[in-house]
Design a protein around this ligand. Structure first.
Ligand SMILES: Cc1ncc(COP(=O)(O)O)c(C=O)c1O
Length: 388
């Protein structure tokens, strides 16, 4: 008998890029050198002081649960980071440690979303969000955004889109897949427009440390009534450790998150939390800044290269490690081009379709999570394919 799954599963879509990845690994097994520009994770190893902290902790041999909200020392370290680096007063009691930004998003939606509640999300945006909303039986309303607004919603769009069932607005700055930022004024105006209509604003700041020519910022330096998601995955280079955090407005919110976290997760990974304490040491921060400078150089190589290919990046990507390139001038869909790039050039990129529907077949996301030399080689290979 065929297994029966929940109705929601019919609406949970896989990542389309997985097909390409499957093909990429087949090609690699047959000896081809695939250049990976589809992956959303830094290629740098875990910073040395973080590894050492984990090893010291493991050597002591006692790896037990921590409180559901996370290690008090880590919540304090994050609070100090907000004060010292970001000029934001965020008490440790407002910080919930989670299994990555993903865990933070699950908690945020779990404590806010009733069946039928609507969340406004930009299209294109990070694909998991719409599936998480669906998992909690909420509804997603996608707001098409384009280069005119740097692929970000405006306060006017939010004001117009809010309806009686709107529960919240999800933003990301810097954003995936476009690498574009919202200014604090713009986030403030959106949050105000939402609040006036009874909706909350969730800001995903996972790419916070990765900005180029723009200082790192947080909306928490301006407002307290927003939910902020962050992570050790990207700037801190700790994807596989599965650690992030959620900042909530006050103790009432934290109490709800704590109840849910106790049941869903019991506690975040203890080893990862002890390791992450070293993420804020000056020597780690110095290393992370060197990595950011390297990302800036890679970004320059990629943007110059895309330009020589005749591909435009219509909204300047000043953050994260992505460029969202308009490929419509090439006369083929982004999906088809992504297939050709992997088959003919062994270069893997992500088609726009993974991030939404709006003009999705005109865009490809290039991640500069590989070395300058590999990026330059990818551009050369693509130039040959496009000349054919
Ligand atoms: C915008 C955004 N939010 C959240 C996540 C989830 O990250 P993690 O769970 O590794 O912290 C990602 C990962 O790519 C992302 O791009």
């Amino acid at each position: 008998m065929a297994p029966r799954f929940a109705a929601r599963m019919g609406e949970i879509a896989p990542f389309h890029v997985m097909e390409l990845l499957r093909r990429a690994s087949e090609l690699e097994r047959s000896g081809c050198d695939v250049i990976h520009m589809e992956v959303g994770e830094p290629d740098f190893p875990t910073p040395e002081p973080v590894l050492e902290a984990a090893q010291r902790f493991l050597a002591a041999g006692r790896v037990a649960y921590t409180p559901a909200l996370g290690l008090p020392a880590l919540r304090e370290a994050i609070s100090a980071f907000y004060a010292e680096r970001l000029g934001a007063d965020v008490a440790p009691e407002r910080i919930v440690i989670t299994a990555g930004a993903s865990g933070a998003l699950v908690l945020a939606l779990g404590i806010t979303t009733d069946p039928g509640d609507e969340w406004l999300l930009p299209d294109p945006s990070y694909p998991c969000n719409r599936h998480l909303v669906r998992t909690f039986e909420g509804r997603v309303r996608l707001l098409p955004v384009g280069p005119e607004t740097a692929f970000q919603p405006t306060a006017a769009m939010i004001a117009a889109a809010c309806g009686p069932r709107t529960r919240g607005v999800m933003l990301a700055s810097p954003a995936n897949p476009t690498g574009t930022l919202l200014s604090l004024d713009e986030i403030d105006a959106i949050a105000e427009a939402a609040a006036e209509r009874g909706a909350i604003t969730l800001v995903d700041e996972i790419y916070q440390g990765l900005t180029y020519g723009v200082p790192m910022r947080t909306i928490l330096s301006r407002r307290r009534d927003v939910l902020v998601v962050n992570s050790f995955s990207k700037y801190f280079g700790m994807t596989g450790w599965r650690l992030g955090w959620l900042v909530l407005p006050d103790a009432d919110w934290v109490r709800e998150a704590e109840k849910l976290a106790q049941h869903l997760f019991i506690s975040p990974s203890t080893v990862a939390q002890h390791a992450a304490l070293a993420a804020f040491l000056p020597q780690t921060q110095d290393e992370l800044e060197r990595r950011r400078a390297e990302f800036a150089r890679r970004r320059a190589v990629l943007l110059r290269g895309l330009d020589t290919l005749g591909l435009t990046v219509p909204a300047e990507p000043t953050g994260a490690f992505y460029a969202y390139a308009d490929v419509s001038a090439l006369g083929e869909t982004a999906e088809r081009l992504a297939q050709r790039f992997i088959e003919e050039a062994y270069v893997a990129v992500t088609p726009g379709r993974d991030f939404g529907e709006h003009r999705a077949d005109q865009f490809l996301r290039f991640a500069y999570t590989t070395t300058q030399a590999r990026i330059a080689a990818a551009i050369e290979r693509l130039a040959k394919v496009l000349r054919r």
